[in-house]
Design a protein around this ligand. Sequence first.
Ligand code: SF4
Length: 358
Amino acid sequence: MKRSRLTQITQRFVQWYGVHGRDLPWRRTADPYHVWISEVMLQQTQVETVIPYYHRFLSRFPTVQHLATAAEDDVLKAWENLGYYARARHVHRAARDMVERFGGCVPSRWQDLSSLSGIGAYTAGAILSIAFGVSVPAVDGNARRVLSRLFAIQEPLDQTRTLRRIQELAESLVPHTGAGRFNQALMDVGAVVCTPKCPRCDRCPVGEFCRAKAQGQQDMIPVKGKRKPLPYRQVTAAFVRNKDGRLLIVQRPRQGLLAGLWKFPGGRRLDGESLEVCVQREVRKELGIDLQVQRAVGSIRHAYTHFRITLHAFKCRYTAGVPGALGCHDWRWVHRSCLDEFAFSRADRKIIAVFDRQ
Ligand code: SF4
């Protein structure tokens, strides 16, 4: 496409943004720390979900220094139910790195930002363009959809080659000044105009340049790659009380899926194993204690990014052994009324609701 056309497209996005851009809390500031936290929270997460978390997180950890010196459990608690908990651990680690290496500031150079935990090309581009005015693209899922339609890209979006091409197209459009506004315009057009289904082409600022629209292919682009079905797992959890009526909970290891979050003891069923045997075996592995399964209490379903589970809960009696953190990071006996002080995953919150109904 000719340079003059590309410039026109850029101008249309920026003009549209001036009138229709969404008024979001993190857009009322150019504070790099605020921009960074909002961008991380917005990954895989709806704007409406993020807003209360964003406010709470910044009032709990108002600066990079506050975040860097916080306990990991407090950071996970502030992130509870927002999902994708690796993000919380990454921002925590990156904040500590910022204090050690950059004087407690969010760095303003690409190579410095990219060296920090959890900051990839998109987040670095967003921080640099929005907070520091650097002319770099920030291509999120919404922007990717808009660009693939605008240029009628016929290759599946999950291919590296396609992603590289879209990145290059974004680089050819991003202006020397006002890159932040342009990047946010692209995201907003994707969010409210060029939506996954039924794009509103009649309201689109770049409709006259759009090749997918000209070819009537809006519904066929972006081209989807073949999706494999998500693997499925069965998982068990034990509701165990001690003599005081307190419930046994365990903290997951500091590495791996949902690291550092709390849960009821239990774990993944092996092939051919009954759920009752599974819960007893997993609790012995985690804590070194024996349980007697009394009855099934209920089950919930949950889908993670790479697999889905059914989590089965059992009421159990503690029969032998002294609890120790063998396969978990920590464990506690806690009153039901104190469970809210601990960070649980969304699936484990669902199983707490099952407990409350029993
Ligand atoms: Fe998307 Fe339609 Fe605009 Fe093309 S014209 S970018 S398909 S909203």
